[in-house]
Write a protein that binds this ligand. Structure first.
Ligand code: PRT
Ligand code: ZN
Length: 210
């Protein structure tokens, strides 16, 4: 039996469940359940918060998982990555107030930036040689400039409409992300065989969609 961790409820959930089903795996999922067992493959599915998935896979609580690269890399666990899955695409971007002057990334020198991704942001700023003040907050990052908490934000963007509705202008892409399959690095032979079977089926699903 191999244990897969997926997001319980959020932007990764539907496409994660869809991918497993497209791999020919049947299971009963109810929104209240925290785990379920497949009926036609030796697979157990755990439903977790996305932020917890990389850590649980690293620790072996789950054998494999599906998570956004943004969360995986922020947590410093990119070594667990096995396969890009092509859904939940988004980007981590820097944005400033609509009226704020901005020429390039050096405009952020000495400014305060609110984000839930301090590590990815710090790495980006360091690579550009820019020193800024990073304020780590866990949610509602987009309102930080309008309430005077920060000069700029660094947050996840997909359509861009959330930034616009908060009077913000996207100025730099910090990181591009999509969903990724991750694996514990010490799987036993049996679990590794099951992972290879799943990967084979996922390849076939992706080929069929091309
Ligand atoms: O409860 P749990 O902790 O499990 O979920 P969560 O609320 O932390 O995550 P969730 O479900 O919002 O996102 C899960 C993953 O989906 C993220 O880690 C990304 O990899 C990916 N993803 C794809 C997104 C988006 N698109 C997205 N648009 N994650 C967040 N957003 C948010 C963003 O934070 C902002 O508030 O949507 C808003 C912007 O959207 P647009 O379309 O207005 O630009
Ligand atoms: Zn989360």
């Amino acid at each position: 039996m191999i244990r897969l961790a997926i997001q319980k409820s959020g932007r990764l959930s539907d496409d994660s469940l869809k991918l497993i089903r497209e791999c020919g795996i049947s299971f009963i999922s109810t929104s209240s359940k925290l785990k379920t067992e497949a009926t036609n493959f030796p697979l157990e599915i755990l439903f977790l918060r996305d932020d917890d998935i990389p850590g649980y896979v690293a620790d072996g609580v789950a054998d494999i998982g599906i998570v956004g690269q943004n969360v995986l890399v922020e947590e410093g666990l990119q070594a667990l990555s096995v396969k890009n899955l092509g859904f939940s695409k988004c980007r981590l971007s820097l944005a400033v107030s609509k009226g704020e002057a901005y020429t390039d990334v050096t405009s952020l020198k000495g400014k305060s930036i609110a984000t839930s991704y301090p590590n990815l942001l710090q790495e980006f700023l360091t690579s550009k040689g820019v020193q800024a003040d990073i304020h780590t907050i866990s949610g509602s990052v987009e309102i930080a400039p309008s309430i005077g908490l920060a000069d700029a934000v660094c947050d996840i963007v997909s359509s861009g409409s959330t930034l616009i509705s908060n009077g913000l202008r996207e100025v730099e892409t910090v990181f591009k992300s999509e969903a990724v399959l991750i694996s514990n690095q010490n799987l036993d032979a049996e679990k590794n065989r099951l992972l290879q079977q799943l990967l084979f089926r996922m390849e076939a699903v992706q080929q069929a969609q091309k």
